[in-house]
Design a protein around this ligand. Structure first.
Ligand code: ATP
Ligand code: MG
Length: 610
């Protein structure tokens, strides 16, 4: 390909719309253009990258025996209603775009395909003899993200590879899950990405085991916690740890302390000399469901700990059961909301676990009783400081038994806290958790029989019984991956694409195309490279050499062959983009010098010594 025909439009300055390096560079390099919030055009340069990523994905999926397919993006509401996910995906914070057709039938634009594929599997897979099966597709997904941002990282329309496997038993599911784990490691390695596998929350998809693949990068939205011994790594959403020991509270009996104006744990501790581990903080939140009245929550944590919203949402969903429908939202309760419910204001800042359900008496639409939950760091305190449930007063030396004499008020004790960097590890208390930021590029799940049961996708087992299919599902964010590669591989001047997914492998740059020697040698080398199967680009523009070098750096072509003054003597300069090492070589030796290195680099990290 010739640069003059490439519709290359590069930008000198950082576009205002971009915050992180990869987003800026993809815009500046002419890889993407924003059409609307979270909606991007993939320009020809990026399309080449995406196709190379897709090819690697296909090769590795095919190698596991998975079958490629293509499912509809327009999906009938009825399927999602049968799985119980329609409300959760369309109401509240739901992310499914949905619409009505001319017959007023509801449809959704596929954010994921469990429903469609499970319905198909139920039809097509009748006997254990047909199992296992693993189907995958590479396709545009639609999600009306609450905060689309960072370009392709969190788009509202993006490319995903999703796969769904079906099995006669759990053991077989585990085997395919392990095979997918292996395929994913090869895919990311071949794409030149340093990715780590971490334990993950299964979220709205559901199921039991799940693992995410994170590309480590400062700009990542996820926090990964891992142990230095390499035995534990998890997304903070899911991570467990041992909390710091609490400092014992010296208090003879429970007494009241006047605390005017001290509404936060920090202030309370500063003024009265408590340690935050000696306190219990109490939060009032409201959970909204698709098919049940709003449920007020009273959640207690030790004062030094942070609430983990994912763990809380999982606990609340489990407690509410299927009848409540999808959990739409959990949010702190405000004074205005209390007033709108016809309830008295709460003494925020002085709340305690003993807050009575009387606070909810007469609520218009809420359930009149709190669901009481507490983190184990709080419930394991013998004596603590907490709000007195009246303004400007706290209790010092409170204990769970005395404070909550009615068993009804006792909270369920659960893990609801965020594990933090520096915490001791649960598997070995001599290890301390370290933190890294990560970009989630893949996620694999053992779904079990949740969807097959809901959609009645059954098969006849070897013993002749009708049983729901066992399922797994496996996603890769193809377009996000391409941008994650830029986040991991760039410098001040621009992108440094890994060879395996670079839009072109080599760019031949004649310094001055007006110079016949240079022009002709550049053409010859370009032809020779293409003849040798190299993905080559020729910068045939009548631009100054400096402009062409800048563009080549910006768009990140891994190798540059500069044909300059030395052309007269058959000499060229060979420059590697990452690291910028350069050497003068005889033009005649170009292929012999370059090809062995390219061969190696096309394997991505798999081509590097371990
Ligand atoms: P996230 O937690 O980042 O919102 P998710 O867990 O909802 O993602 P999955 O349902 O696991 O995403 O989707 C599979 C893969 O698709 C993810 O691992 C990610 O790489 C990619 N992906 C998900 N949402 C987006 C998005 N809005 N834009 C680009 N890629 C996405
Ligand atoms: Mg995920």
């Amino acid at each position: 390909m010739r640069v003059s025909r490439l519709m290359l439009v590069t930008l000198r300055d950082d576009p205002a719309e971009a915050e992180i390096a990869s987003h800026k560079l993809l815009l500046r390099g002419g890889f993407i253009r924003r059409i609307s919030s979270g909606i991007y055009a993939y320009l020809p340069l990026l399309w080449r990258v995406l196709q190379k990523v897709e090819r690697i994905v296909r090769e590795e999926m095919d190698a596991t025996g998975a079958l490629e397919t293509l499912l509809p993006q327009l999906q009938p509401a009825e399927l999602w209603q049968r799985s119980g996910r329609w409300d959760g995906y369309t109401a509240g914070e739901g992310i499914m775009f949905h619409l009505q057709d001319r017959q007023q039938r509801e449809l959704g634009l596929g954010p994921t395909h469990e429903e469609v594929i499970t319905a198909l599997a139920g039809d097509l897979l009748r006997s254990y003899r047909q199992l296992p099966v693993n189907l995958y597709q590479i396709q545009t997904k639609f999600r009306d993200e609450i905060r689309p941002r960072f370009g392709l990282m969190r788009g509202r329309e993006f490319i995903m590879k999703d796969a769904y496997s079906f099995h006669a038993d759990e053991d077989c599911l585990r085997q395919t899950y392990a095979a997918m784990d292996g395929a994913y490691r090869r895919i990311f390695g071949r794409c030149g990405l340093r990715a780590v596998a971490v334990e993950a929350d299964s979220g709205a998809i559901g199921g039991s085991a799940s693992q995410e693949f994170m590309v480590t990068a400062e700009a990542g939205e996820d926090l990964i916690l891992n142990s230095p011994d390499g035995r534990y790594a998890a997304n903070q959403e899911r991570a467990v740890s041992l909390a710091p020991e609490a400092v014992p509270l010296q208090a003879a009996a429970c007494s009241e302390l006047a605390t005017p104006g001290l509404a936060s744990i920090d202030e309370l501790c500063r003024v009265h000399g408590f340690d935050p581990t000696q306190t219990v903080k109490t939060l009032v939140l409201l959970a909204r469901f698709a098919a049940a009245p709003p449920q007020p929550l009273l959640v207690c944590l030790r004062g030094d700990q942070q609430l983990n919203e994912v763990k809380l949402a999982n606990a609340v969903s489990r407690h509410a059961g299927n009848e409540a429908g999808a959990l739409l939202e959990i949010a702190p309760v405000s004074s205005e909301q209390m007033a709108a419910e016809g309830l008295k204001a709460l003494p925020f800042g002085s709340l305690g676990p003993q807050l009575s359900d009387d606070a909810l008496r007469g609520a218009r639409s809420w359930r009149p009783r709190f669901l009481r939950l507490a983190d184990t760091t709080a419930t394991s305190l013998e004596r603590f400081v907490c709000g007195a449930c009246q303004r400007d007063a706290h209790l010092v030396g409170a204990g769970w038994e005395t404070l909550l004499s009615e068993p009804d008020l006792r909270p369920r004790s659960l893990d609801l806290r965020n594990a933090q960097p520096g915490d001791r590890c649960a598997h070995d208390s001599s290890q301390r958790l370290e933190a890294a930021r990560g970009i989630e590029v893949g996620h694999i799940f053992q779904l079990g029989r949740k969807y097959s049961t809901a959609l009645e996708a059954t098969f006849t087992s070897e013993t002749g019984n009708e049983e729901p299919l066992w399922m797994g599902c496996y996603g890769i964010g193809v377009s996000r991956l391409a941008q994650a590669a830029v986040e991991q591989h760039h410098d001040e001047q621009g992108i440094c694409w890994p060879v395996s997914i670079a839009p072109f492998e080599v760019i031949v740059v004649p310094a001055n195309v007006e110079e016949p020697n240079q022009r002709e040698l550049a053409e010859t080398l370009y032809g020779a490279l293409r003849g040798a199967g190299v993905d080559a680009l020729l910068d045939d523009r009548r631009e100054r050499a400096g402009v062409k070098f800048k563009d080549a750096d910006l768009i990140g072509i891994p190798w540059r062959v500069v044909v300059g003054r030395g052309a007269a003597d058959g000499q060229v300069e060979l420059v590697q983009r990452e690291g910028r090492s350069s050497q003068e070589i005889a033009a005649a030796a170009l292929l012999d010098t370059l090809l062995p290195q390219l061969e190696q680099q096309r394997l991505g990290l798999l081509g590097q010594p371990a």
